[in-house]
Design a protein around this ligand. Structure first.
Ligand code: NDP
Ligand code: ZN
Length: 363
């Protein structure tokens, strides 16, 4: 339970003491870390974190694979918990509600992108990511993520979660869910479409489940057969371990691959007019290169990148997931096992999503 003193502090508008797990540098292991969050503002809510998913982005960030990270770093952007305090002008939540937080905690709110609820693309450059980011609304202090006992967030960046929802399964929806749901919707995947999912981990399994619900036939591309039976059991039509000799031509492919790979091989598998959505973001040293010549000589195919999803769509995704009981495949772990989980995720030993049970965080 969140310490009562935290609650009191929140209501007295002072900084909030938190306990989390952090790394001090990119090669570090996780250790307990005490830190402060900004005070509860008038439109903020304070959430006691109950479950947090481990996304592969956490690993990229911790290891400075995209950019030099901000340390100490407390990752975690798949957050589900309970509202324990609300600011004076909060209208969406009351104490005792469930809430979810994903990859963002604030943005300018007034630019065209924010007005269209595409806050992740805030045109004033003021999107504040949940961790590994400097918070321009709070003296440029670093943000800290969900591997911690509580988080303060502007209510616009929290989604409403029904009180009876399984929070351990809701947590990964806040990133893995929205990141796959959003491009499937953007590309209008529908009944009868022939689609493929490249990379069958935390995001890949969500893409499979959403696409099936939308009526598509789904093939999976992985790098070995370990999860073949699981994919077929979950409803995949076919399972491939490489792109050669594949006869199918796809209306849509989503790539969730986090490592170096040949993206052009997937473009080759699209039908004329087919669309490839890229969400997997390998380390910069393994940057993916699209072959423009191939793109021209196989014209008519569309390739785009996609970044999570806006807040309105995140709430829609959550409602859709709960309505159709579409949940991630999870393994619940203790916070002491984060390092082991990271190793498994990078060594091909993980099944799908690890979710940290935050009751294992000792005060
Ligand atoms: P996971 O580690 O859970 O899953 C990745 C999967 O890809 C694993 O199953 C892995 O297989 C598989 N894989 C790795 N290399 C290949 C390959 N060459 N061919 C086919 N499959 C491969 O990661 P997540 O699902 O959590 O994240 C995936 C990526 O998406 C990451 O780069 C992450 O940063 C990014 N991401 C992007 C977001 C966005 O908004 N664009 C949001 C969230 C995540 P194996 O089990 O063998 O390792
Ligand atoms: Zn993520």
């Amino acid at each position: 339970m969140l310490l009562e003193s935290n609650l009191l502090q929140a209501q007295n508008a002072t900084e909030i003491d938190c306990l989390g797990y952090a790394v001090a540098h990119k090669d570090d292991t996780f250790k307990p870390f005490r830190f402060k969050r900004h005070a509860l503002g008038d439109t903020d809510i304070l959430i006691e974190i109950l479950f947090v998913g481990i996304c592969h982005s956490d690993i990229h960030s911790v290891r400075s694979e995209w950019k030099e990270g901000i340390y100490p770093m407390v990752p975690g952007h798949e957050i589900a918990g309970r509202v324990v305090a609300v600011g004076h002008n909060v209208s969406k939540f009351k104490i005792g509600d469930n809430a979810g937080v994903g990859c963002m905690v604030n943005s300018c709110g007034v630019c065209r992108a924010c007005k269209q609820s595409q806050e992740q693309f805030c045109e004033n450059g003021k999107v504040v990511f949940t961790y590994d980011c400097l918070d321009c609304f709070h003296q440029n202090n670093p943000t800290y993520g969900g591997y911690s006992n509580s988080i303060v967030v502007n209510e616009r960046f929290a989604v409403n979660v029904p009180i009876d929802a399984p929070l351990e399964k809701v947590a990964p929806l806040l990133c893995a869910g929205i990141t796959t749901y959003s491009p499937l919707k953007f590309s209008n995947v529908k009944k009868g479409d022939n689609i493929a999912v490249a990379g069958f981990g935390g995001l890949g399994v969500m893409a499979l489940k959403y696409a099936l619900q939308m009526g598509a036939q789904v093939s999976i591309f992985a790098r070995n057969e370990i999860k073949k039976d699981e994919a077929l059991r979950l409803g995949a039509k076919a399972f491939y371990t490489n792109t050669k000799n594949v006869e199918s031509q796809f209306d849509f492919i989503i790539s969730t691959i986090p490592t170096n790979y040949n993206v052009n091989a997937y473009i080759e598998l699209l039908k004329f007019g087919g669309e490839l959505a890229i969400v997997g973001l390998p380390p910069v040293e393994n940057a993916i290169k699209v072959d423009v010549t191939q793109l021209i000589f196989q014209g008519g195919k569309k390739v785009y990148g996609s970044l999570i999803g806006g807040m309105k769509e995140t709430q829609k995704m959550l409602d859709f997931s709960l309505q159709h009981k579409i949940y991630p495949e999870i393994e619940i772990i203790s916070i002491k096992d984060i390092d082991k989980a990271y190793n498994n995720l990078t060594n091909g030993k993980a099944r799908f999503r690890y979710v940290i049970d935050m009751s294992t965080l000792q005060c």
